[in-house]
Ligand binder design. Structure first.
Ligand code: PLP
Length: 335
């Protein structure tokens, strides 16, 4: 998010209650959180951070600033993602003026009454481990990722992006533990490289999307694992490189919003063949997961670009979610 866009949004919606920011995105990109907090607070708004991928920011000074250090009012940190606790365990951080007792009350409205002691103890162990060993763990992770970036970029064709993208604005900081690689220039979608890595080399990475793959490196990896990944990528390029012509070249499509998502989701709908949906208004989400960013959301028009993106992602083998029809042959549109 650029600070200018946030300023514009605040001016356009002065009665908004809060600003939601990812810190970082799945790919490791951070906004200028400190500045966003400053302008939001000045406008009387809270800043809530989705820190699902930012647990480690609290434990190494060379990583981007953590949400709470930047002054955010709340942050949801999925400790299970990069902090080493069991899947599903996470932490919600709050600071005044957010009242933690009120937060607890609200959570109780939807939360199970049967707490998992397995998850709670796992969080506690991870917290202790992070406190005592976090810095060394993330130093090792950054060193691995920096090395992998350098070697992968030396292969040519791939682009393992990193801190050079930092522009002081929309890319304010980069999480160096993330190994995100742009694959389009070798004529392969990220999801195709993901499949080859898994099926031919037994290497399971985090995800592949239309144009990138993401490997999440951890301190549990070894140098030989990093070397294996690099040589597998080299071999995939050598054996399978194609012309990038025809590959989808943009990942973000500006939405054409016709009505608010809630209204559209609950509106009267009809089911049409996905291939015949151009120009209609979506009544449900279509996402390729990961990363789970909607290609179209309820209330948005299904443009030719949107449809082409959906069909391309499906053809390349992305895991598609959001629609009632799990095969994505049909989509619910506004009646
Ligand atoms: C940006 C982002 N926010 C939130 C979540 C959900 O976090 P959790 O799985 O801890 O509920 C995810 C991912 O899975 C995510 O990528």
């Amino acid at each position: 998010m650029s600070v200018a866009d946030v300023e514009k949004a605040i001016a356009a919606h002065p009665s908004a209650k809060a600003i939601l920011v990812n810190n970082p995105t799945y790919y490791g990109i951070c906004s200028d959180l400190k500045r966003i907090v400053e302008i939001a607070h000045k406008a009387g708004m809270l800043v809530l951070a989705d820190e699902a991928h930012g647990t480690h920011f609290y434990f190494h000074e060379d990583l981007p600033i953590s949400a709470m250090a930047a002054g955010c009012d709340m942050a949801a940190a999925s400790i299970h993602k990069t902090g080493g606790s069991l899947t599903q365990s996470s932490i919600l951080l709050t600071r005044r003026p957010v009242n933690p007792d009120y937060v607890r009350q609200v959570i109780t409205l939807t939360q199970s009454t049967s707490a998992s002691y397995l998850l709670l103890s796992s969080l506690d162990i991870a917290r202790k481990n992070l406190f005592f060993k976090g810095r060394a763990m993330y130093q090792k992770t950054m060193d691995f990722a920096d090395y992998a970036r350098e070697e992968i970029n030396a292969l040519g064709g791939y682009y393992a992006f990193g801190p050079e993208l930092v522009d002081g604005d929309t890319v304010f900081a980069f999480d160096r533990t993330k190994l995100s690689v742009h694959t389009r220039d070798i004529g392969l979608a990220g999801i195709e490289v993901y499949d080859y890595l898994r099926d031919d080399y037994g290497i399971q990475i985090e995800f592949g999307d239309i144009g990138n793959l993401l490997a999440i490196i951890s301190c549990g990896d070894r140098m030989m694992d990093i070397e294996r990944l690099i040589s597998a990528l080299e071999e995939i390029k050598r054996q399978r490189e194609k012309s990038p012509i025809g590959l989808f070249d943009h990942e973000y499509i500006d939405p054409v919003i016709v009505m608010p998502p809630q209204e559209a989701f609950y509106a009267k709908k009809r089911r049409v063949a996905m291939k015949e949906s151009t120009g209609l208004v979506a009544g449900e989400f279509v996402m390729s997961y990961p990363p789970g960013i909607p290609i179209v959301a309820p209330g948005e028009r299904i443009t030719a670009d949107v449809l082409a993106h959906i069909l391309f992602a499906k053809e390349k083998g992305c895991f598609m979610t959001g629609t009632e029809d799990m095969n994505l042959d049909y989509i619910n549109v506004l009646a």
